[in-house]
Ligand binder design. Structure first.
Ligand code: PRP
Length: 171
């Protein structure tokens, strides 16, 4: 079992989510908001974020993967579950657990332009900049963190997603 080092406690995560949710609730008041969670990693973050919002909204998911069981991106994004709601005229907030190279987000932004949403913004719990390859904009950002991270939805070979805190994994 690789060694794990705590970097973000669940208390810190929840406090930050409350702050992000307050901003999002204010910014989208009176707007038709759809949260689109990027599976699999975002499922826990989205579950906590949506329950902290004080405004009505819809929730949908898209499933893409570029890492498989590897620690490095394949560079190719594969869509395995598309959005099912009609996003025409809606204000979309993409919800990501982590932005790393930016490959996934850049691909999703291109993909979403076909849906004719009124606006598309991004909320990411973690912004990891050390390996950024594509310039991407994150409108609502939880934390800037580097290292190989697991827990709170983040996996290594599908393990560790269930951990309530976030850890760096030492090889
Ligand atoms: C993770 C994460 C993001 C993406 C970010 O997904 O959830 O979608 O990587 O990395 P990038 O900025 O380098 O593209 P992953 O492909 O590991 O699938 P998962 O969500 O099922 O863990």
């Amino acid at each position: 079992m690789p060694e794990q080092q705590l970097v973000l406690s669940s208390d810190r995560i929840q406090t930050r989510i409350t702050e992000l949710a307050a901003r999002i609730s204010a910014d989208y008041r009176d707007k038709d908001l759809v949260l689109v969670g990027v599976l699999n990693g975002a499922f826990i973050f989205l579950a906590d974020l949506c329950r902290s919002l004080s405004i009505p909204h819809q929730v949908d998911f898209i499933r893409v993967a570029s890492y498989g069981d590897s620690a490095t991106t394949s560079g190719t994004v594969r869509l395995s579950k598309d959005i099912e709601l009609d996003l025409t005229g809606k204000h979309v907030l993409l919800v990501e657990d982590i932005v790393d190279t930016g490959t996934t987000l850049a691909w999703l932004s291109r993909q979403l332009s076909a849906h004719r949403a009124a606006s598309v913004r991004v909320c990411a719990l973690i912004n990891k900049t050390e390996r950024r390859e594509c310039a991407v904009e994150i409108d609502y950002r939880g934390f800037n963190l580097d290292g190989f991270l697991v827990g709170y939805g983040l996996d290594y070979a599908e393990q560790y997603r269930h951990l309530p805190d976030i850890y760096t994994l030492q090889p």
